[in-house]
Design a protein around this ligand. Sequence first.
Ligand code: UD1
Length: 336
Amino acid sequence: MKTILVTGGTGFIGTHTVVALQEKGYKAIIADNLSNSNIDSLDRIEKITGIRPDFMKVDLSNEKECNLLFDTYENIDGVINFAAFKAVGESCEKPIEYYKNNMGILLNVLANMKRKDIKYIVHSSSCTVYGEPDSLPIKESTPTKFAVSPYGNTKQMAEDILHFTTNTTGIKAIALRYFNPIGAHESALIGELPNGTPNNLMPFITQTAIGLRKALTVFGDDYDTPDGTCIRDYIHVVDLAEAHVISMDRFFANKNKANLEFFNIGTGNGFSVLDVIKSFERSTGVKLNYTIGPRREGDVIKIWADTSFAEKELGWKAQKTLDEMTLSAWNWQKAL
Ligand code: UD1
């Protein structure tokens, strides 16, 4: 049985990935400082899979704490690195904190992988590295553009760090460039739980529908898109979690073709903000209160993935529809 360290494993994508790893026969160890997640994630994971993951509360941006983690667990075969600050707006207000945290975590983890001769890392990257695309759908070979936020820049820097460190350390890396992860596990035991007012669309929709917020504001309807609202490639978090397990399988089967590989993790379909609202109303039967407001600064207009490389090379393809995403997010919100 292979053992995978999952940093940030009590968070939204982390919990779903730990479930998927355990279901595939991997042993998972979670390291998280619980700054944006809850310890009861462990109970919830155990309820779904019957297996309680090992857990250590640790600030991985602190070198000593990170070293202690790797000294405590001597049998790690691979790492999935989710631990990071992730709010675009906050990163503009606190850029130094974002760089220190997100780059500090990655560097401490890589230093320990080198120290302990751990060969494999899957890193959580983002479609934000592409900026506003010149042509769509977007391929992995498309050059990245100047980042619009420090958060996005930490994703680009992480890819650069992985490029240069994998060239010299013997470590192999896969950077998964997620498009817009939404939805929740079908059990409604795990899902997205943002601190305070949500910045992202899906939790704002479900919190409005349940009565925690008065109305959703659609950020602009005068864009150059069919209905005037921005277009994204929404991906079910359960499909996304599976991509991490398949990436780990790829390492252990020696199928990787470069020290660092990139994959787009989306569905290949673009949906507008109004499409998501319609899907939510259709799948749940709940009417959503929303108004049209001004554009949000820094939003890209439209982006969706070319997923053919992930399909061919990784053997992964998203399975779930937009209606399944919006319905599962609603079931999670109701269970909360
Ligand atoms: C952003 C980041 C992405 C990151 C994600 C998670 C960029 C370009 N993208 O995605 O890398 O992984 O956050 O934090 O930095 N919307 C509304 N009303 C709302 C909220 C959102 O209309 O109240 C619209 C937005 O304008 C956008 C769409 O919904 O068109 C999705 O927004 P959001 O969920 O915040 O994700 P992104 O900005 O696409």
